[in-house]
Design a protein around this ligand. Structure first.
Ligand SMILES: Nc1ncnc2c1ncn2[C@@H]1O[C@H](COP(=O)(O)OP(=O)(O)OP(=O)(O)O)[C@@H](O)[C@H]1O
Ligand SMILES: [Mg+2]
Length: 358
């Protein structure tokens, strides 16, 4: 096994203050060797600050950073053996692709004779073999992004840090690159930490996603756990398109929503103020075929919005509470949607009945 496959990262109680601003507030995080972790959160939540502390560009006010067995808290960036990819890919426009990719080898004073093979290997990794002598201006956005990746990987770093590497690309290319990056990660085995504020990107690419809010780490979990079991109302509303509804406790494993009682398969949180977090696609229009143990809600359709691959259906419960759900765009699924004004029954599996404290 090569050395970088064994390098994990550990952030211990990292705090960063800028005068009165707490950019990062006591964040601890262990990232396993070879793991792909995304830092996800709204603007100003501390993602870039955390990445900067990992890379050595930002000195934490307190706390420590370990890379593998080494405390690197006071080690300068160029001595951390980290590959970095930024949002605007910052390639040198006056250099060729080959010169750009060789740049870190030059900076590290690696013997010149070793460059051509290393550059060729890195370009092969991102499927740009033979592009060495091209000018940067002759490349598409996606190709430039891949050159930036090749440049970050050419010196076989233990760790690759990426700050919104795909945000400059259009939607379609971004989705293609997400899948490519995921494959590349499997092939490389390097530890990758990726900053994004795009929840879909985080879910698609990562082994685990760390959600930040106001400088704090709110939840770190696999994409499935994060989506299916958000730990609080913030995560629930930030991931997916959940509706949050006021509910009250109705026993150990049930809540009351209007005049309906919904059973949950999960432990209820403490506290008096509870919210039901329902993702739109988890509400299913009951055509008489849903699981008998499912919760049922009767409601009246208020509006149906056609959105291409799916339809959004708005409805109101008996007490006027608004809910919404998503139906696939197939004609089979569309036939189930009653016309506006009509009554329908929707089902919600107890596994999908997520209650968080308000
Ligand atoms: N050099 C600085 N001086 C003062 N305040 C800073 C500095 N850098 C960041 N901050 C503040 O720290 C907080 C976290 O900033 P950070 O750049 O880490 O957020 P972010 O999650 O990367 O946001 P974005 O999604 O907008 O890039 C913000 O409130 C920001 O204004
Ligand atoms: Mg940022």
């Amino acid at each position: 096994m090569d050395a970088r496959a064994k390098t994990g990262v550990s952030i211990r109680s990292a705090t960063k203050r800028y005068g009165p601003v707490v950019a990062l507030d006591d964040v601890s995080l262990d990232i396993a060797p070879g793991e792909f972790v995304s830092l996800l959160g709204p603007s100003g939540s501390g993602k870039t600050t955390l990445l900067g502390i990992l890379g050595g560009f930002v000195q934490p006010t307190s706390g420590a950073v370990w890379v593998g067995e080494r405390d690197v808290t006071f080690v300068p960036p160029h001595k951390r053996n980290i590959g970095i990819v930024f949002q605007n890919y910052a390639l040198f426009p006056h250099m060729t692709v080959g010169e750009n990719v060789a740049f870190p080898l030059r900076a590290r004073r690696e013997p010149k004779a070793s460059w051509p093979k290393k550059v060729a290997d890195a370009l092969a990794m991102v499927e740009l073999s033979g592009y060495e002598s091209r000018n940067i201006s002759q490349l598409s956005g996606g190709q430039r992004q891949r050159v930036a990746l090749a440049r970050a990987m050419v010196f076989e770093p233990q760790l690759i840090l990426m700050d919104e590497p795909l945000s400059a690309l259009d939607k379609q290319l971004r989705e293609t690159m997400q899948i490519e990056l995921r494959r590349l990660h499997r092939k490389l085995g390097a530890t990758i930490i990726n900053v994004t504020h795009d929840q879909r990107e985080a879910l698609t690419m990562s082994d685990r996603v760390a959600v930040l809010k106001d400088g704090r780490l709110v939840q770190i979990d696999t994409p499935e756990r994060l989506y299916d079991r958000p730990c609080d109302a913030f995560v629930a509303s930030f991931i997916g398109e959940a509706t949050l509804l006021d509910v009250s406790r109705a026993g150990d494993d049930a809540v009351r929503l209007g005049d309906a009682v919904l059973r949950t398969a999960h432990r209820l949180p403490r506290g008096e103020k509870l919210l039901l977090a329902v993702q739109t696609e988890k509400l299913v229009i009951d055509g008489g075929d849903v699981h008998p143990g499912a919760n049922r809600l009767s409601c009246r359709v208020t509006e149906v919005l056609y959105q291409g691959e799916s339809l959004r259906v708005f409805a109101s419960l008996g007490d006027g509470t608004a809910i919404s759900l998503r139906q696939p765009g197939s004609h089979e699924a569309r036939r189930r949607i009653p016309s506006p004004g009509a009554q329908m029954t929707v089902a919600l599996d107890p596994q999908d009945t997520i209650v968080v404290s308000a």
